[in-house]
Design a protein around this ligand. Structure first.
Ligand code: PLP
Length: 948
């Protein structure tokens, strides 16, 4: 391998952990493809016209030790005070057993979204627990398994109310007691859709004027109010009511459902998920049964497998943006699965009594704090509250706030006179005393004597919650540890096998990248602390952004979007803002190739644009003639095109420059979906080939592990002319509205991507891209003849993924992609991406992190499946009763009667399956249709578990 000396050093010392194949293996793989050198393959694959001119360079790659040292030095510039700022973010204790067994456990954090239910039963159960917890606490029938944050959940609730309400109004009412970031995100979301937002006091709400209203419970300044009458008025006017509720408060307070609410949303952050300077945290949404089909996000449901046994799976998948495109309920794709799992485990760990005890303790501490302040002569508002109080200190505000900081405490500055204080699970007597001192009082906290409650009588909760037995495990550590282990063992994540999902870039990240995430300097910062307490974050984000600019060829980055799809939405808003600033706000046509990811049209719809689809030619490339024609037709109103590069067909299209030129000529802007950046980093830059804006999926290309369906980060890069229109935030100076709750989205996972860049260096990242391309081309070459690659470049090359044409075996043997996907489970693999972007095919993306042996194991599995299909086609085995149709096989299959025309060994140990470390799926093939007909989205009764 002709490495230059510098390359060799970078490879050997810094990124050998990240890049799967060894130098020798690479040479062997290249031979199979027909090349001698890696660079020859790359030159043959990546068109000259789009090649990057200067190599990435930010100094040498760091060793693991140096990177950790450097990151710690930067982290230490964050000052970790006790934040009592509240406003939707609260101190919380992650139970160590959950920290270690979930958050720090690759079996949980490297899993994919549970689309393949048979290998996802563990996380599906945890997410079903989450839904049950949310349903119980909110008093509503059905909950989803997580949205991106509370503010976007509030905005989703607004658009859901618009879809579902019978009222014809275009006005949405927002309680002025909502958290400011919720109000701001709702406003951002409403404007392009033509929804008018009225922010006001609940008593001023005129129900007849609106299609819906949202109330915060408790309010951002601490008020707890019963909304029953207001909700009744809304219902009389055919409008819907949304309540944004704090789940901890709901342990003591009457639920939104009991007040008549139609939708409840909120954040589950304080259920054990660290503050993280704003995220990631799981938001929730719950609703009545009547509205379940218009609910955004993913819903876990209960169904049965082919033997009639209970099995979980994602319900109502046909509602998703993948399928419904611009008619989807929302563009939410990656959500916050890992954080939802943590929150659900917090509920399993504490149980209803524990949660109630925490809520009561938080409340009593707040009551004590209030009483002390009153004894000092301050007027505390409101009179009754849960955990938040407001004190009008007038001209003393600066003095009080500063004294608090000196005492190690952040209070909330509400306006020029008032300060807000929110207590939490972690508040100690010393904290309360320090607050009193900041207000000029020198008292001792007499906790024991003071067990006063100041909750509103009328709102006290008397309904039960978390009644399901899963929330009543024996509280011994042995039981919870084993429960989490059992669930993890049911699943197939990257810690067991390659997950070759095309377009998803399931690379295994280096463990070291996860270490800084849980450092208190990163995890214990409230998102709204003063800037001088977050200098470490600022330095990290600035440095990461610099590198991302260098990688993409853009001039500015916004780290606000919490997923790729959110990045799309934010990017299109940015374009929209730009057009408007030039008096061209009428531009509303978006050209999108038919092969686009479903989030593209769904996002375009969210900014009020009309999607005009562009055809692909027979080679899968954008039909440039069609593109030209449509751009011309819509020249007056062309807002943008959204293209993916390399294309979702896995090819570097030679015509990309032309497509960008045509778009610009007609006054449009070019959005390049950056989900496929893993094929470009170091070789080609979207900013150079004509893109004006792109999102990056840091949870794909930049190593943030997928978490079983989130968290993610979808920062956008833009050219300078768009920079002024990037998302702003009410907590910062801003022109444009925010798209997320927190100014930097989910900053506590940024250390992962930052560490990746530091450890790899520019040369290492470039090498990763080359090896990703090598691995994909190797698979395409090895499977040629058995499963041909559908689309290639003129040279016969693919980019970092390949679409395997499995339709011939469907025709000859009746073997569907589903059958292949399920049989791969027997072989010990997660299936590739199914039927996207081409129906009846499999899209395979190995990533650079897979060693040759694992890729070979996969190829052998695919070849054996091809042979099995041939046996069916040749009539050697029954067309219905065969290993493919019966897959996956469970242990239960083996111990029963065996009347199949193939052996038990053939069933369970096909090529690829490990003899000793065989992965055994816990259920047989799951029946999706049954589950959708009999929708159950909370934990089934214990009687159903008897078999287990
Ligand atoms: C993954 C992906 C997206 C969406 O990203 P999320 O983070 O899941 O929202 C968009 N486009 C393409 C091509 C993708 O592969």
């Amino acid at each position: 391998m002709g490495f230059k000396l510098t390359d060799y050093e970078a490879y050997d010392f810094a990124n050998r952990r990240h890049i799967g194949p060894t130098t020798r293996e690479m040479a062997d793989m290249l031979k199979v493809i027909g090349f001698k050198k890696l660079d020859e393959l790359i030159d043959d694959t990546v068109p000259e016209a789009i090649r990057q001119k200067t190599p990435l360079d930010w100094g040498p790659a760091m060793t693991e030790r140096d990177a950790l040292y450097h990151m710690k030095e930067v982290a230490k510039k964050n000052k970790v005070l006790t934040s009592l700022i509240g406003q939707g973010y609260y101190g919380t204790t992650t139970p160590p057993v959950i920290l270690r067994n979930i958050l720090e456990n690759p079996a949980w954090y490297t899993a994919y979204t549970p689309y393949q239910p048979e290998i996802s039963q563990g996380r599906l159960e945890a997410l079903l627990n989450f839904q049950t917890m949310v349903s119980d606490l909110t008093g509503l029938d059905i909950a989803n398994a997580s949205l991106l944050d509370e503010s976007t959940a509030a905005a989703e609730a607004m658009t859901m109310a618009k879809r579902s309400a019978k009222s014809k109004s275009d006005i949405f009412f927002v309680d002025e007691n909502c958290h400011p970031q919720n109000i701001a995100v709702i406003q951002t979301r409403a404007e392009p859709l033509g929804i008018e937002v009225i922010v006001g006091a609940p008593d001023d709400l005129v129900a007849e004027d609106v299609f819906g209203a949202i109330f915060q419970y408790p309010g951002t300044y601490g008020h707890v109010r019963d909304f029953t009458d207001l909700i009744e008025n809304l219902h009389d006017a055919k409008a819907l009511a949304v309540v944004a509720a704090d789940p901890l408060a709901l342990a003591l307070l009457k639920s939104p459902g009991e007040m008549g609410a139609d939708i409840a949303i909120g954040s589950t952050q304080r259920f054990g998920v660290p503050l993280g300077y704003g995220g990631p945290h799981a938001a929730y949404m719950a609703t009545r049964d009547a509205f379940k089909r218009s609910m955004p996000g993913r819903i876990i449901g209960v169904s049965i497998d082919s033997h009639g046994n209970k099995a979980y799976r994602l319900a109502l998948q046909t509602r998703e943006q993948h399928i419904r495109r611009e008619k989807a309920n929302s563009n939410v794709c990656t959500a916050q699965a890992l954080l939802a799992v943590i929150a659900s485990m917090y509920a399993v760990y504490h149980g209803p009594d524990g949660i109630k005890a925490i809520a009561q303790s938080v409340h009593r501490k707040t009551a004590r704090l209030a009483k002390g302040l009153e004894s000092l002569g301050y007027k505390v508002e409101p009179e009754v509250f849960f955990d938040t109080i407001t004190v009008n200190v007038g001209p003393l505000q600066g003095v009080v706030m500063n004294a608090a900081v000196t005492g190690g405490i952040n209070l909330r500055k509400i306006d020029d006179d008032r300060v807000g204080i929110s207590l939490d699970e972690q508040t100690r007597p010393e904290t309360i005393e320090a607050v009193w001192r900041a207000f000029g009082g020198d008292m001792e906290d007499d906790s024991e004597k003071n067990r006063e409650y100041r909750l509103p009588e009328a709102n006290l909760r008397d309904s039960e919650f978390l009644t399901h037995p899963i929330f009543h495990l024996n509280r011994a550590e042995a039981e919870i540890t084993r429960y989490m282990r059992r669930l993890a063992d049911r699943d197939l994540a990257l810690d067991r096998a390659m997950i070759p999902l095309g377009s998803c870039t399931m690379k295994l990240n280096a463990t070291i990248e996860m270490i800084p995430v849980t450092w208190p300097e990163f995890s214990n910062l409230h998102p709204f602390v003063p800037a001088d307490q977050a200098e470490g974050y600022t330095q990290m984000i600035d440095d990461l952004n610099d590198k991302l600019c260098q990688i993409t060829g853009y001039d500015a980055i916004s780290q606000q979007p919490n997923s790729g799809a959110q990045g799309e939405y934010a990017g299109l808003l940015t374009i929209r803002g730009y057009h408007a600033s030039r008096g061209e706000g009428h531009r509303n046509i978006c050209l999108i190739p038919t092969s686009a990811h479903g989030t593209n049209p769904a996002s375009a719809q969210m900014v009020g644009w009309k999607v005009v689809p562009v055809r692909a030619d027979e080679n899968g490339n954008i039909d440039v003639a069609d593109f030209r024609e449509k751009a011309e037709t819509h020249s007056e109103n062309l807002a943008a095109c959204m293209i993916t590069y390399p294309s979702t067909h896995g090819v570097f299209e030679e015509t990309v420059n032309e497509v960008c030129e045509v778009t610009h000529k007609h006054g449009g802007q070019v959005y390049i979906d950056g989900a496929n950046m893993n094929a470009m980093v170091g070789l080609s830059r979207p900013g150079d080939i004509g893109g004006d804006v792109s999102h990056l999926n840091l949870h794909k290309t930049f190593c943030i592990p997928h978490g079983g369906g989130g968290p993610g980060m979808g920062p956008i890069g833009v050219k300078a002319h768009l920079a002024p229109y990037l998302p702003g935030h009410p907590e910062r100076a801003h022109v444009m509205g925010p798209v997320s709750s927190a100014p930097f989205g989910s900053p506590s996972i940024l250390p992962v991507s930052w560490a990746y860049c530091l450890l790899m260096g520019g040369a290492g990242l470039t090498q990763a891209t080359k090896v990703a391309i090598l691995n994909a081309n190797y698979i395409a070459a090895r499977l040629k003849g058995a499963f041909d690659t559908l689309y290639t470049s003129d040279h016969g090359r693919v980019a970092h993924e390949c679409i395997l044409d499995t339709r011939p075996v469907a025709e000859s043997a009746g073997v569907t992609v589903d059958d292949i996907a399920k049989r791969l489970i027997d072989n010990g693999f997660h299936a590739p991406t199914m039927s996207w972007p081409v129906a009846g095919t499999l899209m395979v993306e190995p990533t650079e992190s897979e060693p040759k042996a694992e890729i070979d194991r996969f190829c052998e599995a695919m070849l054996s499946i091809r042979a099995e299909a041939k046996d069916i086609a040749d009539g050697k085995i029954d067309a219905e009763n065969n290993p493919l149709k019966n897959a996956p096989h469970t242990v239960a299959d083996l111990v029963g009667d065996w009347d199949r025309p193939y052996t038990r060994k053939e069933a369970c140990y096909p090529p690829g399956a490990f003899a000793v470390d065989k992965y055994w799926p816990p259920v047989n093939r799951v029946d999706n249709a049954y589950g959708d007909r009999n929708l159950v989205c909370t934990c089934p009764p214990m009687s159903d578990y008897v078999d287990e």
